[in-house]
Design a protein around this ligand. Sequence first.
Ligand SMILES: NC(=O)c1ccc[n+]([C@@H]2O[C@H](COP(=O)([O-])OP(=O)(O)OC[C@H]3O[C@@H](n4cnc5c(N)ncnc54)[C@H](OP(=O)(O)O)[C@@H]3O)[C@@H](O)[C@H]2O)c1
Length: 338
Amino acid sequence: MTQMNTRVLLARRPAEHLVAADFEVDTQPLGTIEEGQFLIQNTYLSMDAGFRQWMNEGSGDNYLASMPLGEPVQSIIMGRIIESRHSGYPVGSTVMGRTSWEQYSIDDGTDFMAILDLDPDVEPYEYLASLGPSGMTAYFGLMDIGAPKSGDIFVINAAAGGIGSLAGQMAKAEGCTTVGIAGGPAKCAWLKDTLGYDHVIDYKSGESLDDQLLALAPEGADIMFDNVGGPMLGTMLGHLAENARVVLCGAVSQYEREGGHESVANMWELITKRAKAEGFMFSDYVDRYPEALDYITAMLKADALVSPVHISQGIESSGQAFIDMLDGNSTGKCLVKL
Ligand SMILES: NC(=O)c1ccc[n+]([C@@H]2O[C@H](COP(=O)([O-])OP(=O)(O)OC[C@H]3O[C@@H](n4cnc5c(N)ncnc54)[C@H](OP(=O)(O)O)[C@@H]3O)[C@@H](O)[C@H]2O)c1
């Protein structure tokens, strides 16, 4: 019997706000692997906000190409190799890599693909969450660029999302006073009660972000971890302490804008505050993943890290799961289980 493969395609270029009709579920016979390739049965898909950028027309850059229309949506996945003609990727291995929203992926291991060494005491999905790209991004953004010291004031936006929920707890473990910015009172209460943030700011409350930052960090923040970009980053730059570090991790407020990203206010503050702002991609740190994995695994095993995940079920749910993640309808790391 022919094995079928259900995929979710990018059906059209999204207008400013992504909607379910931008995606299309499609089932095709599964192709056969060639020499040098292997077949992965995907078990989890990772919903990563950054991929929204590459759904736009002409969005290709030095990191990824613009996603082609009519093809499965690019994604980081986790799965098990069930057939192989590649000596480096044997049958039975569990892998994490970049393929797409589909039940089965054929790959050759030349791009972002790694065999995972699973710890039996850790839930497998953690390798797409705290021990996966979100954990690596949180860890290297905080440790390498944020360079936390005990007593630092750490401020992060999208604090209840996949990266924010982990980075805040790590900063707290490093002795920082943590301030999480998120949308809505329920999320803000959750940040404090479940994740242990010291202070929270509800940017949707109607109160000015400027006033709230001034009240919580009158001397300014030592680390600003930015996932949002645009006007929110501009406001945050107006609240830097001397020698602050600004971690430029993402710009989720900008990915849906037509006409490109907005410029950012208060750049002058970087000069007068002798601050440093630095961008990074988690994949730059592949050689140092073991260091992050040791740190995060130790926190998980000591029950010192809450790793919140929101899991949707089935390949057909991928489009809505991604929209819900962008809209902030879920908390923690969003995954789809196949
Ligand atoms: N540099 C890297 O290597 C790297 C790697 C992965 C991800 N990233 C970046 O990290 C950021 C977070 O990614 P993620 O996958 O973990 O997503 P996420 O934080 O789980 O989800 C996105 C969150 O952004 C918030 N948000 C959306 N639109 C916003 C707006 N206009 N203003 C303020 N907040 C907004 C929403 O939370 P609220 O309910 O609080 O609004 C939503 O929950 C993204 O910018 C992504 O591109 C960077």
